[in-house]
Design a protein around this ligand. Structure first.
Ligand code: TPP
Length: 494
C-alpha cells in the first residue's frame, strides 16, 4: 500500500498495526526485510501487550521484554527529540544522519534499527498524552523510510475481568458485564478438542516418541492438557505454522512421532512445508486438524473449508475425518500407528455427538469405511460429521418410501474402493456428503468412479459439499442451512 501510494505521488500515511504475538510469524520478518531496504514511508505500530492468546513464547518475545526493561518508558521530551532527529529539515539533514548513526552505535541499536527501521519507544500506549503527540509528529512528517513505534499496552486494559484472564477474553461470547462471567452453554458431550487431547495423552503414555506441536494455540487445540502431562514433549512454536510443520518433519526424520495440532484454516499457510518437507519426503508427520468445516461464531476466516481439497491431491497421504468423538479416538490411535507416511485427521469445532466412548482408541483398518444402515434406492456415502444428518435424512426418505443406505467412509484417502463399487452396483443413486469445499472427497470419489467405469451405466451421482461461497459467522444450524447440508434444507445456496 505504501509503494502504491508512492507510485501515485500521494501523501497519505500507511500504518500497519501488529501484535507482539503476531511478531512470531515469519511473514513479519519477510515484510520488515523488504520495507527496511526501501525508502518508502511506512509506520508500523507494534502493540506489545506481552500476550498472544496464551502467554507469548520464543526468543522474540523475550527480546521485546528485554527491550522494554532496558529502555524504560521514554519521556515525551525524549521521544519527541528522537523523532525530531529522525526527521530533520533541509540542509540539516546530512549532519543529523551522522548524529543518528552515532546514536545507533552508542545504544547498540535495536533489532528493528538493524533491519532499517527508525525505532520509537517504548511508549505507554495507555497514556494518550504521550502517545498522541508522537503519532501526530509521525503523521505530519514527510521523511522517507519505515518507522516502528513500540507501544506497550495491557490486554483487557480498563475492564478488570478481562485484565485478570486475558486469555479467556481474547475472544468472547455473551458475558455479564458486571461480573465478567461468560455464558457457557452446558455441554452434553465431550468436545472434539478434549477428546483429541485425551486420546493423544493415552497414546503418548504408551509411546515415548510421541511429541505434540502447537502454533500458539495450546488451549484451542487441547494441547495445554498434553503439556501439563508431558511438559518436555510439547512445543508451542508461536504463530509460526510453517515452522511447526518443518520442525515436525525434522523430528519425524529422526524417528520421533510428531503430532502437529493445527486448525484446518491455519494449516493453509504451511502448505509448501506440508508438500515439500513432509509429503514429498514421505515423513510420518501426523496432522490433527481441529475446526474442520463450518465454525459458527468464528466465521469465515476460521472455517476449515479447504483441507480436503489441499490434502487429497498429495500422493501417499492418509486423510481421515471423524464422524463422532469415538471415531476421533480411533483415528488418533491410527495416526500414531501409521509410521511410513504422513497422515491427517479432521474434526470439527464444538461438542461431540454424545456416543459411547471406548476406553482406548483402536487402530482402524486403513482405507476402510463402514455401513451403518442398509437400503436399496439411495446410497449416502458420508465423510465426517454430517453423518447424523445423513441418518436423519434417511428417516425422512424412508417416510417417502425410499430406502437408503448410509455408509461412513472414515477415510477420504485412501478411498474404500470396494465400498464405493458396492454402493454403485447396488443403488441407482449415490450421494457423497462432506463438510468441505468442492474439490475434496466427492471429487476423488467421482474420479475413481469415472475411471472404474461405475458412471457408465446410468448411475446418478450427486456430490454434497460446502457451496462455492464464504459463509459468514452465524448459528451453526443457519450456516448448515445455507450450505444445504442439513437433513432437510429450506434454501440451499449453491
Ligand atoms: C495463522 C494464525 N495462527 C493462529 C491464529 C490464532 N490467533 C488469533 S489471535 C492470536 C494471538 C495474537 O496475539 P497478538 O498478535 O499479540 O495480538 P493481541 O491479540 O495480543 O492484540 C492467535 C494465536 C491466527 N488467527 N492465525
Amino acid at each position: 500500500m505504501a509503494v502504491a501510494r508512492d507510485f501515485r505521488g500521494e501523501e497519505n500515511n500507511v500504518i500497519a498495526v501488529i501484535g507482539d504475538g503476531a511478531m512470531s510469524a515469519g511473514m513479519a520478518y519477510e515484510a520488515m526485510n523488504n520495507a527496511g531496504s526501501m525508502q518508502s514511508r511506512l509506520i508500523v505500530i507494534l502493540n506489545d501487550n506481552d500476550m498472544s492468546i496464551a502467554p507469548p513464547v520464543g526468543a522474540m518475545s523475550a527480546y521485546l521484554s528485554k527491550l522494554i526493561s532496558s529502555k524504560p518508558y521514554r519521556s515525551l521530551r525524549h521521544v519527541l527529540a528522537d523523532v525530531a532527529k529522525k526527521f530533520p529539515r533541509g540542509l540539516e539533514k546530512a549532519a543529523h544522519k551522522v548524529e543518528e548513526y552515532a546514536r545507533g552505535l552508542v545504544t547498540g541499536g535495536t533489532l528493528f534499527e538493524e533491519l532499517g527501521f527508525f525505532y520509537v519507544g517504548p511508549i505507554d500506549g495507555h497514556n494518550f498524552d504521550h502517545l498522541l503527540p508522537v503519532l501526530k509528529n509521525l503523521r505530519d512528517d514527510r521523511e522517507p523510510g519505515p518507522v516502528l513505534v513500540h507501544v506497550v499496552t495491557k490486554k483487557g486494559h480498563g475492564y478488570v475481568p478481562a485484565e485478570r484472564s486475558a486469555d479467556k477474553y481474547h475472544g468472547v461470547g455473551r458475558f455479564d458485564v458486571v461480573t465478567g462471567e461468560q455464558v457457557k452453554v452446558k455441554a452434553n458431550a465431550p468436545s472434539y478438542t478434549e477428546t483429541f487431547a485425551k486420546a493423544l495423552i493415552q497414546e503418548a503414555e504408551q509411546d515415548e516418541k510421541i511429541i505434540a506441536i502447537t502454533a500458539a494455540m495450546p488451549a484451542g487445540t487441547g494441547l495445554d492438557k498434553f503439556a501439563a502431562r508431558f511438559p518436555d514433549r510439547c512445543f508451542d512454536v508461536g504463530i509460526a505454522e510453517q515452522h511447526a510443520v518443518t520442525f515436525a518433519a525434522g523430528l519425524a526424520a529422526e524417528g520421533y512421532k510428531p503430532f502437529c495440532a493445527i486448525y484446518s484454516t491455519f494449516l493453509q499457510r504451511a502448505y509448501d512445508q506440508l508438500v515439500h518437507d513432509v509429503a514429498l519426503q514421505g515423513l510420518p508427520v501426523r496432522f490433527a486438524m481441529d475446526r474442520a468445516g463450518l465454525v459458527g461464531a468464528d466465521g469465515a476466516t476460521h472455517a476449515g473449508a479447504f483441507d480436503l481439497p489441499y490434502l487429497l491431491c498429495l500422493p501417499q497421504m492418509v486423510v481421515m475425518a471423524a464422524a463422532d468423538e469415538a471415531d476421533l479416538m480411533h483415528m488418533i490411535a491410527t495416526c500414531a500407528a501409521i509410521d511410513d507416511r504422513p497422515s491427517a485427521v479432521r474434526y470439527p469445532r464444538g461438542e461431540g455427538m454424545g456416543v459411547d466412548m471406548p476406553q482406548r482408541g483402536q487402530v482402524l483398518p486403513i482405507g476402510k469405511g463402514r455401513i451403518l444402515r442398509e437400503g436399496t434406492s439411495i446410497a449416502i456415502l458420508n465423510l465426517g460429521t454430517r453423518l447424523k444428518e445423513a441418518m436423519r435424512a434417511a428417516e425422512e426418505l424412508a417416510a417417502r418410501g425410499l430406502s437408503t443406505t448410509i455408509a461412513d467412509a472414515r477415510f477420504a484417502k485412501p478411498l474404500d474402493t470396494d465400498l464405493i463399487r458396492r454402493l454403485a452396483h447396488e443403488h441407482p443413486v449415490v450421494i457423497t456428503l462432506e463438510e468441505g469445499a468442492a474439490g475434496g472427497f466427492a471429487a476423488h470419489v467421482m474420479q475413481f468412479m469415472a475411471t472404474d467405469g461405475l458412471l457408465d451405466n446410468g448411475l446418478k451421482f450427486r456430490p454434497m459439499t460446502l457451496p462455492d461461497i464464504y459463509i459468514d459467522q452465524d448459528k451453526p444450524e443457519v450456516q448448515y442451512d445455507m450450505a444445504g447440508l442439513n437433513a432437510s434444507t429450506s434454501s440451499p445456496r449453491r
